[in-house]
Design a protein around this ligand. Structure first.
Ligand SMILES: Nc1nc2c(ncn2[C@@H]2O[C@H](COP(=O)(O)OP(=O)(O)OP(=O)(O)O)[C@@H](O)[C@H]2O)c(=O)[nH]1
Ligand SMILES: [Zn+2]
Length: 207
């Protein structure tokens, strides 16, 4: 089943009607600070609600972008290059949608072009953009693959995410050092285990 790419306002100053004001968001931070047992009159906390809201603006800026904003133009002059393009070890930070706690990981994104390629930095920008939303790792993996598929119409796409969920290490099960790997293969990669193995070997995850 194809995951749906969530469409969000195109510009960061577009405000959804139901979006709370900045002041309301700062008040919500104050409530949480009081709830954890903090003393709001402490000098060090004076600016904290403002800072947290400002930090959230940056950490969740992915809601105000869509793939068209980050992918840019495609290039067709590749001198007949006709093999896989793999951008590996794209470090990303996200937050899980269940606990709003960080997810820290690496993405490996490969595609087999059909005459058109993207600027390499744009793939890292795409990963960064989807990371700046609340996510499950599975959804983020599918969203990256869908966006590339739609923008480039390549012969195939492979996306591998390998991440540590701090909600599993800092709290809950407190399982330190475990990581989660998700993979999605589209087009020619979908049913071709040899191609899948090649990608896994290239990213250092295969046998
Ligand atoms: N499939 C999936 N699960 C995730 C992801 N991030 C966090 N989770 C899990 O979401 C689940 C939420 O489980 P719940 O039982 O509703 O919440 P909880 O009581 O906080 O769960 P614990 O973490 O086990 O304490 C947990 O098992 C998390 O490990 C993700 O990206 N993908
Ligand atoms: Zn979580």
């Amino acid at each position: 089943m194809e995951a749906v790419i969530k469409k969000f306002p195109e510009k960061s100053d577009d405000v959804r009607p139901e979006r709370p004001s900045r002041e309301e968001a700062e008040q919500a931070v104050e409530t949480l600070l009081r709830w954890v047992g903090e003393d709001l009159s402490r000098e060090g906390l004076k600016e904290t609600p403002k800072r947290v809201v400002k930090a959230y603006e940056e950490l969740f800026s992915g809601y105000h972008l869509d793939p068209n904003d980050v992918l840019g133009r495609v290039f067709e002059e590749v001198a007949g290059y006709d093999d896989v393009v793999l951008v590996k070890d794209i470090k990303f930070y996200s937050h899980c949608e269940h606990h709003m706690v960080p997810v820290i990981g690496r993405a490996h994104v490969a595609y087999l072009p059909d005459g058109k390629v993207l600027g390499l930095s744009k793939i890292a920008r795409l990963v960064d953009m989807f990371g700046r939303r609340l996510q499950t790792q599975e959804a983020m993996t599918a969203q990256i693959a869908d966006a590339l598929d739609q923008a480039l119409k390549p012969r195939g796409v492979a996306v591998i995410l390998d991440a540590e969920h701090l909600c599993m290490s800092m709290r809950g099960i407190r399982s330190h050092g475990s990581s989660t790997m998700t993979t999605t293969y589209r087009g020619v990669f979908a049913d071709d285990t040899e191609r899948q193995d090649r990608i896994l070997r290239l990213v250092g995850a295969g046998n």
